[in-house]
Design a protein around this ligand. Structure first.
Ligand code: HEM
Length: 190
């Protein structure tokens, strides 16, 4: 039971999350041609600098700034992980409720990412939110925060950006069903 629990956890943590982000980046790129053009431009410049046989290197990943902003805006609106659990280490008061020390709490990614105080017009897909210094600390938390923050985040970034690079430089696509609904299971899937 212990081994199977660990394996399922690993599959969820590594596969569901990354594949969900990639899926929704493709969805948003199909919906916003202006965003798609900028991603394509950035990725074509990198592809041209490498030639047909050149492999992507770590330095190339660092150049994919706009594409990563698009990935971040995707994770803001459709976060792969909906939150995790924490334990109150002291008595705290939040929104008029007292939470005693030792209680377990669930912190929620979706509502944090849709707070209009930090993300004006929160429902709008706008990758420019991540330009410059980007959102304030702990307002954008797709990978969590603090000592238990996702240890796979840099690997996930490289994987997502490499995948998007190869897709946009080879294919153009459109949504088959423009009214496709999103289900949460627990990561979002079409
Ligand atoms: C886009 C992809 C991913 C997202 C959005 C994501 C998100 C998260 C979140 C929200 C947490 C909880 C953090 C917290 O409690 O503060 C977490 C934990 C974790 N993630 Fe990821 N993750 C992703 C990819 C990965 C990958 C690729 C790996 C491994 C290769 C991984 C391994 C882990 C592990 C082991 C934990 C538990 C860390 C701990 O409790 O100390 N994740 N992840």
């Amino acid at each position: 039971m212990e081994i199977s629990t660990q394996v399922i956890c690993l599959l969820f943590a590594t596969h569901h999350t990354t594949s969900s982000v990639i899926t929704f980046i493709l969805k948003y790129l199909a919906e916003f041609p202006d965003v798609y053009s900028k991603v394509l431009k950035e990725q074509m410049e990198i592809a041209k600098s490498k030639g047909p046989e050149g492999f992507l290197k770590w330095d190339d990943i660092q150049k994919m700034r706009y594409t990563w902003n698009v990935a971040n805006e995707t994770m803001r609106l459709t976060p792969p992980v909906q939150g995790t659990f924490r334990e109150a280490i002291t008595d705290i008061t939040y929104a008029g409720f007292t939470i005693p020390r030792g209680w377990k709490m669930h912190w929620n990614v979706n509502t944090t990412h849709r707070d209009p105080k930090y993300f004006p017009d929160p429902e709008k897909f706008n990758p420019s939110r991540f330009e410059g210094k980007g959102p304030r600390p702990f307002t954008f938390v797709p990978f969590g925060g603090g000592p238990r923050m996702c240890p796979g985040r840099e690997y996930a970034r490289a994987q997502v950006l490499a995948f998007i690079h190869h897709v946009v430089t080879r294919f153009k696509w459109e949504k088959v069903d423009p009214c496709e609904k999103v289900a949460y299971n627990p990561s979002p899937i079409p």
